[in-house]
Each structure stands twice: as C-alpha cells, then as structure tokens.
Design a binder for this molecule. Sequence first.
Ligand code: CP3
Length: 335
Amino acid sequence: MSTLKRILVQKDRTCRSVWFMRQAGRYLPEFRKIRSQNQDFIKLCLNSELSSEITLQPIKKFDLDSAIIFSDILIAPYALGQEVKFIKDEGPELDDFILEKFLDINENEFSEKLNPVYKAIEITRSNLDKKKSLIGFIGAPWTLLVYMLNIKKNKTEIDFDKLNKNIINKNQILSKLIKFLSLHISNQIDAGADVVQIFDSWSGLIPENDIKDYCYIPNAKIVEFCKEKKIPNICFPRGIKEKYKEFNEMVKPEGINLDYTIDPMWAKNNLKNVVLQGGLDPKLLLESEELMLKGATKYIKTFQDIPYIFNLGHGLLPETDPDRVKKLIEFYRNY
Ligand code: CP3
C-alpha cells in the first residue's frame, strides 16, 4: 500500500479522511483576530507560535483528519531573496527579481531563513493528535515564477514577453527552484510533516507548447525526489483540464487534487494509479445547504469504491460561513 493511502485514506476510523485547502485562514474569525494584530503577513508566517496556533484553529473547531501548516507558497521566494508584501484587496506583490541575488543564495541561508516554519511544524506536531496527519506544502516552480517575475496580466493571461525577457536562462532558474523546493519539502518532513502538497495554482495558464517544460517536468522532478525519500505527495495542477490525464501519467504523483472544473466520473475513468482528492467547488459553500450537499454527494458517490480524500476544488473562500464547513464535514462523516 502506498504511504499516502496508509496515512490519509485507510485510517483506523469508519470514515475516510477529510481536510480542506485554506482551512487555516481568512474565513475564521479567530484567524482574522490574530491577523488584525499582525499587519506583516510574512512576519506572521514566521512567528512559529502563532503559525502553529492558526494551524490548529480549524482542528479544534471541526472534526478534520489533517492539519495543513499555516505558511504560504511565497515564503520560498522570500527565502530566495525577494521581498514579499501582501496588499489588502489586491494580493501578493514581490519586489524585482534579480537573477544574481537569486543564484547567490545557498542552501544553508535558505533553510536558516525558513527555520521558523520548521519550528512551527515541530510545535504543531507535538500538539496534534497522533492519528491526525500534518500536511506541509510548496508552490510548484511555475506558480512561484508567476509571482517572482510578476508576469500575470490578469486572472487568465500571462505576459509572455516579460517572461521570456526575464528568463533567458530558463533551465538555470528552474533547476535552482526545483532543488530548493525539494529542500524545503525535506526540511518540513524532518520537522514532523507527514505529507506534502505541491500547489501549481497557475498551471492552467501555460500554453500547450510550454506545459511540459514549465509544469510536467518540474512537478515530476519534485515527485521523484519525494519518492526517493518516501515522502507522501499530492499534486494540484489547477486548471489544466483534460491534461490532468497526461499530467498524472508523466508526473506519477501519489495523490492528485481535482479542481472544480474536472468531472468526477471523468477523473475516475481517466486518472489511474493515484489517490484522488478534492474537487468540490468552494463556491457551493456559499450557496443553499441543499445545493452544497447535492454537490458533495456527487463526489462521495462517484468515489465511494476507490481511494479518495474528501476536499475542495480550490481553497475555502474568505466569505465562507464556518458553520457551513462544519455541516459539510458532518454530512461526509455520516454519509
Ligand atoms: O490553510 C491553509 O491552506 C494553509 C495556509 C496557506 C495559505 N496560502 C495561507 C494564506 C496555503 C496552503 C496557501 C497556498 C497559496 N498561497 C497558494 C496556493 C493555493 C491557491 O489558493 O491557489 C497561492 C496561489 C498563494 C499565494 C497567496 N497567498 C495569495 C494569492 C494570497 C492573497 C489572496 C488570498 O488568497 O488570500 C495569499 C495570502 C494568504 N495566504 C492568506 C492566507 C491565510 C490571506 C492573508 C490575509 O489575511 O490577507
């Protein structure tokens, strides 16, 4: 049995496992309270005690099987020398990418800067029920590049002129990212994480001709690293539509998170030798309870006879009512 199945799917309980992307965050009043007292988001991610407290907030509140460490994918570019700011109502903003500075950072400096994250994992692991898993994570190289080079024109378009101008030495940049993200994964595991999720949130914006170079190969190299080290891994190539099949066959992750555009029956028929996770549209938690539960039923029924981790097709939205989250978990447990 794969390690991921052992940890997340075949638990010693009647139900199979459930956790939600972005379960530690914006929709929880207890998070917003801490956030209002901590204006600098990166600093908050690097406050080990508070990060651990935020990680455990949804665990205390709901009957979830896994905790995901409170941090951000952009903590890696920060540790690689870029300043990262979060502008209210706009999102992340990174200062200019300087190749020499990026290439200059060594592994010790990188790990040292991220030490508070590893400390947060240690604290969390020691306070988390042994039966529950702790999930570490990274952003995949392409998704990090989108932020590092500031090449997103809007929600659906990439500025390829800017990308090509900045990334003359594409392989050199990608190799460094793959190497340092692998290091960030193994540091998280050494600190006590049980599983890692690799978020490729913007893979859906890569043109057909580039998808192998920017998405499949970097994800495959990171998954290969995980497999060598026996680290349970879940990929999330959001938005690549029917290419989920090719991604799964080329990257061979242990688990794959479906986005909400993927039809569950299609996934069941086309994604083989992988544990499926997620899929439910987080917007359904803003709809009537009936619609939400109808949506959930579709995933639960379709995947009832194969390994499946109940989760969403993207992160919980800030406007989600925590009572809805509770209801959804109860429904899954009692199904
Ligand atoms: O609960 C969890 O899932 C753990 C923590 C976590 C955060 N971000 C905390 C966070 C995780 C796993 C992430 C991943 C992340 N961060 C992704 C991949 C998943 C996805 O949603 O596609 C991406 C693309 C980012 C980058 C990022 N971080 C953006 C675009 C933003 C601003 C808008 C937003 O989504 O909130 C962030 C900030 C961020 N990361 C917040 C939280 C709780 C909100 C901070 C605030 O209060 O302003």
